[in-house]
Design a binder for this molecule. Structure first.
Ligand SMILES: Cc1cc2nc3c(=O)[nH]c(=O)nc-3n(C[C@H](O)[C@H](O)[C@H](O)COP(=O)(O)OP(=O)(O)OC[C@H]3O[C@@H](n4cnc5c(N)ncnc54)[C@H](O)[C@@H]3O)c2cc1C
Ligand code: FES
Length: 260
């Protein structure tokens, strides 16, 4: 079987979401063109628009929010130069996409599964929920700072049990951590917890899962340059202190197998 990992795709739609203090911060992006027959939710792609030329050398990694034979869907937040340029793409522009890359989340249809998303960490769960064979066993807890309509939360809340917890100010943080911890405890002893979000959020999830003896996976969003194991730009440490490459050995790890 040949596996096509590098494709030239074109921008189909670029849709801004919600309004935050910085308008134009969150987007859904649909890329068309040789799409993906098989992929696992939790896997990611590297993107590099042709218009970046030599100005921005490295591609940027994004979780697959959905993929099919016709193209891929992504959800991203503008945080710097690359994502700012992505937000300015026009329909029909060419983008080099390589992937699907890395390992996806565990899928255990008969197991109660909690999806824990922090902010833009919601992206892989759009694909996970859509592909899961028993969505009645899924639940979402979504922690967010910016207004809810910045995120495609409503899409998931319409189909699954879902709860959003808002950290409007730093004073809300203890309440958010308490809620995450309570939810994780509900999944002991035999449930499964999957998490994606900023590192402090993943740290909370990892610790609570270890404390309550719940099996948990975390998806790491380390900075990446190549995405394919060649540059060592993405390394973190495993439970024994050894280096692991997040792009090829992750981005999804069992919580006990990585240091955060
Ligand atoms: C496997 C994986 C999946 C990802 N999925 C998504 C996704 O679905 N949606 C999404 O919006 N983002 C996702 N990210 C993060 C995304 O890759 C970065 O936000 C993006 O590369 C930043 O590029 P930039 O050029 O705009 O920022 P830069 O100009 O390179 O940096 C600007 C700011 O962004 C911060 N930054 C850079 N890279 C990251 C990163 N990886 N994580 C957090 N902050 C970063 C920098 O510290 C800096 O403060 C993912 C990252 C990985 C590794
Ligand atoms: S990003 Fe290059 S080795 Fe992981």
């Amino acid at each position: 079987m040949t596996r096509r990992t590098c494709r030239e795709m074109t921008v189909g739609e670029l849709t801004p979401l919600g309004q935050s203090e910085r308008p134009g911060e969150f987007y859904r992006l649909r890329l068309l063109g040789p799409g993906f027959g098989t992929w696992e939710p939790g896997q990611f792609v590297m993107l590099r628009p042709a218009s970046w030329d030599l100005e921005l050398l490295w591609g940027r990694p994004f979780s697959l929010a959905g993929a099919d034979e016709e193209g891929v869907s992504l959800f991203f937040q503008v945080v710097g130069r690359g994502t700012r340029r992505l937000a300015a793409l026009a329909p029909g522009e060419k983008v080099t996409v390589w992937g699907p890359l890395g390992n996806g989340f565990a899928v255990e249809p008969g197991t109660r599964t909690l999806m824990l998303a922090g902010g833009v960490g919601l992206a892989p769960f759009l694909g996970y929920a859509a592909a899961h064979p028993a969505p009645e066993n899924l639940e979402l807890l979504f922690a967010h700072r910016l207004p809810l309509d910045c995120y495609p939360y409503g899409e998931l809340a319409a189909r699954l049990r879902a709860e959003a917890v808002h950290e409007a100010t730093p004073a809300d943080l203890p309440r958010v951590i308490r809620r995450i911890t309570e939810k994780i405890a509900e999944y002991a002893p035999d449930g499964l917890v999957l998490a994606c979000g900023p590192t402090p959020f993943l740290r909370t999830v990892r610790q609570a899962a270890l404390d309550h003896g719940v099996r948990a996976q975390v998806s790491l969003e380390n900075r990446m340059a190549c995405g394919v194991g060649a540059c060592l730009g993405c390394v973190c440490r495993d439970g024994l202190g050894h280096h692991v490459q997040v792009c090829t050995q992750g981005p999804v790890f069992w919580a006990g197998d990585v240091q955060l």
